[in-house]
Write a new protein. Sequence first.
Length: 309
Amino acid sequence: MAWTSILGQPTAVRMVQADFIRDRLAAAYLFVGPEGVGKRLTATELAKAVSCERPLEGACDECAHCRRINRGVHPDVHGVVPQGGVSTIAIDQVRWILGRVSLRPFFGRRSMVIVDGAHRLTDEAANSFLKALEEPPGQTTFLLLTSQPARCLPTIASRARTVRFRPLEAGLIEEVLVTRHNQKRDLATLVSLLAHGSLSQALALCEGWQAYEALLAQVAAGQASAWISWSVPKERETLMRWLDVSIARLRDVAVASIAQPSLAPLSRERCIEAAFRMMELRRSFEEQMLSPRLVGTLLRESWLNLFNV
Ligand SMILES: [Zn+2]
């Protein structure tokens, strides 16, 4: 891999790469952008470039350091993610990392700390981090990755150099799905339009597609039996995708009913009304106001109402 392997983020890559080439890495960066658009990849690429034995403008990807980082076992590159089945990053994890980087880097260059989900730091953990950013340990760069900057401590954000990542173009996602992930063109086209610019969402959609199709095909046939026995997914992300796919399918049916009203299984007005209800539901869910269980139940009810069950 190299900088060129990061697709669709020329501005972000140029910014980070320029700091690396001029040997002017900041003590902390805040990578802001949706999930699945290249933040993690960019962080890893920068970490490799820093430790690489033969760096030119970026990492060689072949030396022992690059290979260790690719395997996630380099002693100077520390990943911080939520542990132990919880969604937050605890203060103990942060303390442990700060203890490690207070020592000299193992190989003598620079320690890189990648916090994947900076908005997941607990208040305690964030405050402990803040102290480190106020007096950064030398030879350390913190890379704070987040899709929800509003939930990060503003004092942390203000001490980091912000790098913005954009949602990926649908056409780019489609190409990557076909060329790098061996997906069929038809599916790639469809999924890329539903993925909100996120490659990871697109991949998850591909993976769950058979299940989505089986249920949503019933809309076309005007039946509801599978929705009655549908078991609500427990994971937030899966449920969010169900909402996206449902909204998109309702739009399709609404459009089809304009072209051929007599053949459409559901009336256009009812589809549009239901789509709006689901969009509202999605927004509340995104703002974490409702539990997955409740959202799943409401989603199923919306569908069953449409079928008059
Ligand atoms: Zn290398």
